[in-house]
Structures are given as C-alpha cells and as structure tokens.
Write a protein that binds this ligand. Structure first.
Ligand SMILES: [Mn+2]
Length: 410
C-alpha cells in the first residue's frame, strides 16, 4: 500500500475524532476552482528589464497550452484569464475552440487602459473627453470578447492617479470614473459581472483614483448588483487586515473575486503563499465560513491568480501556486466551526485562536492526494510536472519562434 494511503487513513480518523464531517470537507475541496492568468505563462520582468525564459509561452495559443497542462495536472484550473491587448486575437471564437479542445475555457477578460501613450494622465479619469472615449471603446471591445467566448467576468484595474499635489481635481476625476464605470456596466453581457479592483499606489505615487476597497465598493454600489469588488492581495498597505475586508465585502454581497499573489514589500506579484502563508489561511477561514452558509453568498466568488514569474519557471510557479491555494483552502475547512462559535460566545480568546491553529498546523497533504485521486488529477502535480519532460519538450518546440508565429493569429 502507498504510504500516503496509510497517512490518509490516520488523518481521516483524526479529523473524525475532532468531530469534522470529512465527506463534506472532501466535497468542498473537490469543488474548488481557481483561474490562472495568461500573463503568468508569458514573458514578464521588472521595470529594469525582461529576461526571457526558454520555452516560455509568447502567444495566446502557447499560453493556453500551458494553462491546459496546469489544469490537466491539478483538475481545478479550467479557466484562463486573458488580457487585452496582450492577448489580442482576430478571432476569439477560434481561440475559445482551441482552448476547449485542450480542456480549458476563457475566463475573466481584463481590459488594459494603462499602456497606450494617451493614458499618460489617466483613462477614465483623464481630463480629455477623447481619451475617456477611447477607454470606453476598449471596454466595449472587451465586452464583445466576453460575448463571443461566453466569459461572464470583466475584471477592471485602473492605473489612473496623479504624481503631485494639485495635479488634478479629485472630485472631478471621481465623477468621470462614475460616469464611465456606469457606461461600462451597461455594456456587460446579460449575467456578466464587472469586478472593480483597487490599489493604493503605483504607478501613481501621489493619489490613485480607486485607492482602496471602500472606493471600489462605492463605485460598485452605484453601478448595480453585478458590479463587485476584486481583492488583490498585493494591493494594500502593510499590516492591513485583508481577511476583515473580505468578510465585510461578503456581508455586503459585494465580494466579486480575488487576485491571489504574495508580496514582501509592495505589489510584488510573488507566488501566493510564499511570504505570508498564514495570511492566506486566515483569508480562507472567512471564505469557507461564508461559503458554508448557503444564505450568505449571493454569487460565487471568482478565485483568480494574478502573478508574474520573473525568476521561477512559469509553469512550475503556477502549479506550485495552485497547490498552495488548495492547501490553504483545505486547512481552512478543518477549522472546527462549532467549537469556534462556542469559544467566541464565551470570550475564550485562547480557545478560539486554538481552533484556527489546530487546523493550520494539520498536514493536509494526504487529504489533498485522496481528493486529487478522486478528481483524476496528479497526486502531486508539481512533482509530476517536474518529472514529465513538458518543459523540455516545449522549450524545444518553441525554440526560435517569434511571438505571433504558429497558428497565424497574433
Ligand atoms: Mn490584480
């Protein structure tokens, strides 16, 4: 018998002894899905330079191949976020068909209104109506891509802001933002959701138009039910209690989704769980609690990764991240909710915290392996990937190819 099966048997008994419903926990782990971003498979760098990796995906087609490999091994990453125009294609129907042939689908569509020269002083917050109109037209283009691909998520992040005091009128920019966000909302496909991301600084260093969750929430509330807030783990000041924000937004019915990553200093886009695994676990304890109460969640939460892998090999970094997120979710599911509620009701501060540490300190690997077996995933996705030869094979296939070559479209 494999060692892990024996370990799983022991763990299963241990969890049952803790009074946990193991069947329900397994079901929740098996049902969890996390979207990977096309840009996490492609070239990336710092503002000082981009260092190519051998075999990295350069076209939407190659990115989809890599995303499909991630899903094949993990079975929990069936959708891929795209970034327009980084992933611009002339025929999105063809892109979606290509993805589906490989077992994945197009997920969130991410517009880009920060790269073109016209956006130097902003997009929706720009004082020139022509620039705002250009940004609005781009949103329309992205909503069309949603319709063609069947995507139900428009994921919005704005680099808009100013660098110096007095540079612009905050309230005027807020009004323009409100106007353009409402116009974007009106262009969404039926049942499509609009996720509004916030970030407190960078690239702007004096003020950012949507700087925090409160501003994102306020804009979302003005647009309508299908406008929700997107929480990116790297977009807060140090020490901010993200799990509290998550919980607050869930209760307001406005937590739309996540961009998972990790940071040490600013918006580092490091792999999720690498520098602060406890924070990720504490966020998941709020999420799984809410998801466990049918009446609490008004819509599904979109779990998405937003990272750039500058030093780690792209696909390894992605699979490692997916494993880490899955581990955090599993650990959070092991929190004894009944016991926790009792401790909270009795102001047993140490007892309540122990409910969390007991779960956090449990090695969930045998549980995950058991669920992965059920899902038909690799028992240890990263290990299997490293042994598979996929990286070597793609490095060979993609050698010397330039971006845009291959299947003929971008
Ligand atoms: Mn993000």
């Amino acid at each position: 018998m494999d060692t892990w099966r024996e370990e799983w048997k022991l763990l299963e008994r241990k969890l049952q002894n803790r009074g946990l419903d193991v069947g329900a926990i397994r079901k929740r782990i098996a049902g969890f899905r996390c979207e990977t971003p096309s840009w996490g498979y492609g070239p990336s760098g710092t503002r000082f330079g981009v260092f190519p990796q051998s075999g990295e995906a350069r076209t939407i087609w190659e990115k989809l191949e890599d995303a499909a490999e991630c899903h094949r091994l993990t079975k929990i990453c069936p959708t891929v976020a795209v970034h327009i125009p980084w992933d611009k294609a002339s025929d999105w129907g063809k892109v979606q068909a290509f993805a589906e042939e490989r077992g994945v689908k197009i997920g969130a569509v991410n517009p880009n209104v920060f790269q073109d020269h016209e956006y130097k002083y902003g997009s929706f917050g720009h004082c020139d109506p022509n620039v705002r109109a250009k940004a609005r037209a781009h949103m329309q283009e992205c909503c069309e891509i949603m319709k063609v691909t069947g995507s139900d998520l428009l994921s919005l992040w704005f680099a808009d802001g100013t660098d110096y005091p007095g540079q612009a009128d905050f309230r005027q920019r807020k009004h323009w933002f409100e106007e353009e966000l409402k116009a974007t909302y009106a262009m969404l496909p039926k049942n499509g959701r609009m996720l509004v991301e916030y970030k407190f600084f960078e690239p702007a260093f004096y003020h950012t138009d949507i700087a925090d969750w409160g501003m994102a929430l306020s804009f979302a509330q003005k647009c309508g039910e299908r406008a929700q807030v997107l929480v990116d783990l790297g977009h807060h000041a140090h020490g901010v209690n993200i799990e509290h924000i998550v919980s607050f937004l869930i209760d307001e019915g406005r937590l739309g989704g996540f961009h998972f990553n990790n940071r040490k200093y600013a918006d580092d886009d490091l792999t999720c769980g690498s520098t602060n695994p406890l924070e990720l676990f504490l966020i998941f304890t709020e999420l799984v609690a809410a998801e466990g109460e049918a009446a609490t969640l008004k819509h599904p939460i979109a779990y998405m990764i937003d990272q750039s892998h500058n030093t780690k090999p792209k696909l390894e970094a992605m699979i490692q991240t997916v494993e880490f997120i899955q581990t955090a979710q599993a650990k959070a599911l092991l929190v004894n909710r009944k016991k926790l509620k009792e401790c909270q009701a009795n102001n047993d501060v140490v007892g309540a915290e122990r409910c969390l540490t007991e779960a956090y300190n449990t090695d969930v690997e045998p549980l995950l392996m058991s669920v992965r077996e059920e899902l038909g995933a690799a028992l240890q996705p990263l290990e299997i990937y490293r042994l598979s030869g996929y990286a070597k094979k793609t490095a060979e296939q993609r050698k010397g190819k330039v971006a845009g070559a291959g299947l003929g479209v971008n």
